[in-house]
Write a new protein. Structure first.
Length: 119
């Protein structure tokens, strides 16, 4: 039997699987990073909502924390006017997974944070 070309054939069969696995790991890392950014932005918005009675200031703080993806985010602020109650900021961000290769699919990432109203 002649086995001179078998290594090339095996490499050609295994390479797409390895590339798919690597791309999957990268996509999971990107989604995890985006989720952490959302959590941080919700925390920043809640901190601003607790300190300022103007809900638009909390929205601006959350959008600023998200950077370029802040324009696509839906941000909801609930702030009671009673000191000691909880101000809450919820953020939802649509995220496309594997969009460059396979057309992708959409995920809706969300985060929520609350802090007690200070004044």
């Amino acid at each position: 039997m002649n086995q001179r070309g078998s290594a090339v054939v095996e490499f050609a069969l295994v390479t797409p699987l390895i590339l798919l696995l690597v791309l999957g790991v990268v996509e999971v890392a990107v989604v995890a990073r985006t989720q952490l950014e959302l959590i941080n932005a919700a925390r920043e918005g809640a901190r601003e909502a607790a300190a300022s009675p103007d809900p638009s200031a909390a929205v601006a703080a959350a959008r600023s924390s998200l950077g370029s993806s802040g324009a696509r985010a839906r941000i909801r602020v609930r702030r009671p006017h009673v000191v000691g109650q909880r101000a809450e900021v919820s953020i939802t961000l649509p995220h496309r997974v594997a969009g460059a290769l396979f057309g992708g699919f959409d995920l809706e990432l969300s985060a929520r944070a609350s802090m007690r109203v200070e004044r």
